[in-house]
Design a protein around this ligand. Structure first.
Ligand SMILES: C[S@@+](CC[C@H](N)C(=O)[O-])C[C@H]1O[C@@H](n2cnc3c(N)ncnc32)[C@H](O)[C@@H]1O
Length: 220
């Protein structure tokens, strides 16, 4: 039989463990940084809520479109979106870590997927002209970016006037961005919230550039 003293000690240890985990998560949140390449196996695990088919449903990638992916990592979603753009559309995949870019290149080669252009780059300073993309998406990335306002400004800049933006987030990612906070930040840039699938703890949210870009057109 377990003594009272032992169970009290176990409970104290569990509470300490929980506090340490919370402290670790809070430290991560206040010091955003890219998910290390060493954790690539964790980001390749199957996802029950933010599935590939749900991303496709919300993003609606169409043949011939030019689509931007920020932070593709190992490419969990890249091939799925790229296939929907065939035969003439392209995914431009920008990741800040060269190991991720190399990993993605190898994966795409092995899968025979040739309509993806992976490059090393930073979401806060995108190497593309204004109005370059029909759609953009980023999954489990926004919270890792120290200046996320700049990244959202850049996304708004490179989207076409009728462009679409999809953001995916899910717990237990320590950099999780809650939906209400995301919605406020994105709508402040003039994009309109369209739809959300999933739950509060794991979702894809879609915004349309529409009105924001059209109303700044000097011809109007
Ligand atoms: C948690 S992983 C998610 C990868 C992928 N989107 C997925 O869902 O599996 C985050 C990725 O975002 C990239 N990233 C972080 N900050 C970035 C930035 N400022 N610009 C571009 N990529 C960034 C990281 O290098 C990493 O590959």
């Amino acid at each position: 039989m377990v003594s009272r003293r032992t169970s009290q000690a176990v409970a104290a240890l569990l509470a300490l463990g929980a506090l340490a985990a919370l402290g670790y998560a809070l430290r991560w949140r206040s010091n955003p940084s890219p998910c290390p390449y060493a954790q690539r196996r964790a980001i390749d695990l199957p996802r029950p809520v933010i599935t590939r088919s749900r991303l496709r449903e919300v993003l609606e990638p169409r043949p011939g479109e030019r689509v931007l992916e920020i932070g593709p990592g190992t490419g969990y979603y890249t091939g799925t979106v790229a296939r929907a753009l065939e035969p003439s559309g392209t995914v431009h995949a920008v990741d800040i870590q060269s190991e991720m870019v190399e990993h993605l290149r190898t994966r795409l080669r092995q899968e025979g997927q040739s309509n993806v252009e992976p490059i090393r780059g930073d979401a806060r300073s995108l190497p593309y002209p204004d109005d370059a993309f029909d759609a953009a998406y980023l999954v489990l990335v926004l919270g890792e970016i120290p200046d996320r306002k700049r990244a959202l400004d850049e996304l708004e800049r490179v989207l076409k006037p009728d462009g679409r933006l999809v953001v995916g987030e899910s717990l237990p990612d320590p950099h999780f961005v809650g939906f209400e906070r995301l919605r406020r930040s994105v709508e402040r840039r003039g994009l309109t919230f369209e739809t959300r699938v999933g739950t509060r703890a794991g979702y894809f949210a879609r915004f349309d550039a529409g009105t924001a870009k059209r109303s700044t057109d000097p011809a109007e």
